[in-house]
Design a protein around this ligand. Structure first.
Ligand SMILES: [Mg+2]
Ligand SMILES: [Zn+2]
Length: 183
């Protein structure tokens, strides 16, 4: 099925619970889905959207996350999504230290890598979802739509096209209406 729209999802704080400040999700045992995120992923897939995860994981460069554990987390994540009727097309990771690469968000490197890999991907037909300004800045620069996940007043001055409490809320109220009704 051809994809007309793509959705770029941050991982921690959007799909799964964030680790405590200064810590990382280092193994699958530490990964826990946020309520509704599997259902949200199922709905996005059923609607024919391409689903890409873009995630900063500098714990890898800091030696706190083993690359093979990160791969394991992502394999299991993708398997659980598929089991729930969804599908993740690709996961893009920046494993580098802040300030040492072009791909760590708010840089656009992970997004540009996706555009290389999927030639029909268009940023103006993409939605970028994240729980921090760092996630949304590349989306704004690439002229995609942006959705902040969090309490409406949690990020003062944050410029997002929409704010939703959860990914499922964002899918129902914004992402599906934007992508399936105004094509
Ligand atoms: Mg996050
Ligand atoms: Zn990087």
């Amino acid at each position: 099925m051809p994809h007309s729209w793509s959705v770029f999802l941050d991982r921690d704080g959007v799909l799964n619970r964030k680790a405590p400040e200064g810590d990382y999700i280092k193994t699958w045992a530490e990964f826990s889905w946020l309520p509704g995120s599997l259902e949200a992923l199922r709905q996005l897939h059923q609607a024919g959207l391409r689903i890409l995860i873009v995630t900063n994981q500098q714990g890898v460069a800091r030696g706190l996350i083993r690359p093979r554990d990160l791969d394991d987390i992502h394999q299991r994540l993708q398997a659980e999504v598929s089991q729930a009727g969804g599908h993740i097309d690709r996961i893009y990771v920046c494993p580098h230290l802040a300030g040492t690469c072009e791909c760590r968000k708010p840089g656009t490197g992970l997004f540009l890598a996706a555009a290389q890999e999927f030639p029909d991907l268009a940023f103006e037909r993409s939605v970028v979802v994240g729980d921090s300004p760092t996630d949304l800045e590349p989306g704004r620069r690439l002229e995609s739509r942006t959705v902040l996940i969090g309490p409406a007043r949690s990020v003062p001055g944050m410029q997002a096209d929409a704010v939703a409490l959860t990914l499922l809320d964002a899918v129902d109220r914004f992402i599906l209406p934007w992508t399936t009704r105004d094509g």
